[in-house]
Design a protein around this ligand. Structure first.
Ligand code: UDP
Ligand code: MG
Length: 319
């Protein structure tokens, strides 16, 4: 099969028939073999009935229905597990992404050798309150992930080589960083294609402004787990040691001054009257705790199934 189209959706009943027809038309024009996997993320409208009907009329339409709403990432991951096509395309259900982009995305994966091609909504039809924070967000994501050529990490329209989706796990709200996940799994040929974007035709957006707060927190998590995921002591131990040493030096200085003054008969103040004494206490306590956090982290890693998971590209004469 050439293409799997994965569509995560939450209350998008009005858009679905139009979207399905549009995808089917593009596939037919280009004679692709394909499947459409609708992942109904616990919609409370009649989206699932619509999907059933669509699949009765077109056997390549498949569907998964969550019993409740989990989020876009779980929906995508569920689609990824089931996708059979050589190229996997993800697309929002709200008709903001255009299926007309599919043939070019397919070509970029199969002929130009990209592992992942992300859409870039260069001209967006979204409110300013969304487009401006998005620019900032993407600049940070570029910096942290080291994927310098992407302008639109969170674009719903993306194409993947099948292997990529089988080797990444999207969970929580990590769909914003799929290119980063792919890069961490060793898929480095990541490209971009400018795509058409339309204003939402039906329904309304499912994400509020909290997406930016959560987005930044998730980025911090990804950075941390990628860098220190299996060696937390390198992070906590270093930080803890630095703080402890700083505190220790401070307390030595406080004590030495006191002793020196006592010895030379100069007037002294109580050690507990010095602000540096308290500073050093805090630093040493926090430092010790960070260090212990490192040990705890190491104990957790020792028991985690992922501690010895590596992405293996090829082997010779081993089985
Ligand atoms: N979506 C989903 N589960 C959710 C929220 C959203 O499957 O909990 C789907 C939604 O139906 C749409 C896609 O994710 O197909 C993108 O959502 P939306 O269009 O609301 O995001 P925006 O375009 O505003 O970024
Ligand atoms: Mg949308």
């Amino acid at each position: 099969m050439d293409i799997s189209v994965i569509v995560p959706l939450y209350n998008e009943a009005e858009s679905l028939p139009e979207l399905e027809q549009w995808i089917a038309r593009v596939m037919k024009e280009n004679s692709f073999t394909y499947e459409i996997i609708f992942v109904n993320d616990g919609s409370t409208d009649n989206s699932w009935e619509v999907i059933r009907e669509l699949s009765q009329n077109n056997p390549v339409v498949k569907g998964v229905c969550f019993r409740r709403n989990y989020g876009k990432s779980p929906a995508l991951n569920t689609g990824f597990v089931r996708a059979q096509g050589d190229v996997v395309i993800t697309m929002d259900a709200d008709l903001q992404d255009s299926p007309d982009e599919i043939p070019e995305l397919y070509r970029m994966i199969t002929q130009e050798g990209y592992d992942l091609v992300s859409g870039w909504k260069k001209k967006r039809y979204d409110p300013l309150s969304k487009t401006i924070p998005t620019k900032l967000f993407n600049a940070t994501a570029r910096k942290v992930s080291g994927i310098k050529n992407l302008h639109d990490f969170n674009c719903g329209l993306k194409a993947y080589r099948n292997k990529v989706v089988k080797h990444i796990e999207v969970y929580g709200d990590m769909h914003r960083y799929i290119p980063f996940l792919a890069k961490n799994a060793g898929f480095s040929k990541i490209g971009e294609k400018v795509v058409q974007h339309q204003a939402r035709k039906y329904g309304k957006t499912k994400f509020g402004l909290d997406r930016f707060v959560n987005g930044y927190l998730d980025l911090a998590t990804l950075w941390f787990t990628n860098k220190f995921g299996v060696k937390p002591m390198h992070f906590f131990g270093l930080l803890g040691s630095l703080m402890f040493i700083l505190g220790f030096i401070a307390v030595v200085i406080v004590g030495a001054i006191k002793l020196y003054n006592l010895y030379t008969g100069k007037p002294t103040i109580l050690v507990t009257d010095s602000p540096y004494f308290y500073l050093s206490l805090v630093l040493m306590i926090l430092g010790t705790q960070l260090f212990l956090t490192g040990f705890l982290g190491e104990l957790i890693v020792r028991n985690s199934p992922g501690r010895n998971h590596y992405e293996i590209e090829e082997e010779i004469q081993l089985s």
